[in-house]
Design a protein around this ligand. Structure first.
Ligand SMILES: O=c1ccn([C@@H]2O[C@H](COP(=O)(O)O)[C@@H](O)[C@H]2O)c(=O)[nH]1
Length: 233
């Protein structure tokens, strides 16, 4: 069953394949997509993406590739061959790197994953950017990287929903994938640029990435249902 009517992407941030599949068994592919990130992908060797696809989920492979153009493009190609629905690379890899990824996908026959550029991590605020030598507001850096991503033909961006209004105004064709989503009353954890699910959709987010508020809940299915109810309200 396809999950294409839902904006919700649940982050399966677990140390083992069994833990991730246990949570997946409590979720309904009609209510959410799932995201496989660095921890799960690295610890579970091969097969986790395929197992989730077999369960009916569309999978966002969130490995945030960042390397020279050829290496990154080959990694994106390998992800596409695995059957993922969405894959991402860091925009800070530059125009040539993103363009190489676009080109490698264009040369493939068969279904194309959405190719998404990561802008400024939602865990970062102005002082974190200063720490890496960028004396700039996060939104300014996000807009700068978005212009590069659009030029490279990317399908969308990972950003905070806080930047969605400015991005939708400047780059209406780019789809916005927004982590840093926190239902009212949830812990902020290490996230810094956050909004609630409803606020994020109202701001212009296309996809909401939600990890711990669902994956660490006593009842993950109920936590997902509460987010679905909030965004339908
Ligand atoms: O800027 C970014 C890019 C990716 N992420 C990922 O999203 C989830 C968020 O998990 P929470 O538990 O809801 O904080 C996680 O897998 C990150 O690697 C992000 O948070 N920010």
């Amino acid at each position: 069953m396809s999950a294409c009517q839902t904006p919700i992407i649940v982050a399966l941030d677990f140390p083992t394949r069994d833990a991730a599949l246990k949570l997946a068994d409590q979720l309904d592919p009609a209510l959410c997509r799932v995201k496989v990130g660095k921890e799960l992908f690295t610890s579970s060797a091969s097969g986790i993406v395929e197992s989730l696809v077999e369960k009916g989920f569309e999978v966002f492979l969130d490995l945030k590739f960042h390397d020279i153009p050829n290496t990154t493009a080959m990694a994106v190609k390998a992800a596409a061959e695995m059957g993922v629905w969405m894959v991402n690379v860091h925009c800070s890899g530059g125009l040539r790197m993103m363009s190489a990824c676009r080109e490698v996908l264009a040369q493939r026959s068969g279904p194309q994953p959405l190719l998404i550029g990561v802008t400024v991590l939602t865990s970062m605020e102005r002082e974190d950017l200063a720490g890496i030598g960028l004396d700039i507001e996060p939104q300014e850096q996000v807009l700068r990287l978005a212009a590069l991503a659009e030029k490279a033909g990317m399908d969308g961006l990972v950003c905070s929903a806080l930047e969605a209004p400015a991005l939708k105004a400047a780059h209406p064709s780019l789809q916005l994938v927004t982590p840093g989503i926190r239902p009212a009353g949830s812990a902020q954890d290490d996230q810094r640029r956050i909004l609630t699910p409803r606020q994020a959709l109202d701001a212009g987010s296309d996809y909401l990435v939600i990890g711990r508020p669902i994956s660490q809940a006593a009842d993950p299915a109920q936590a997902l249902a509460a987010v679905v109810a909030e965004i339908r309200a």
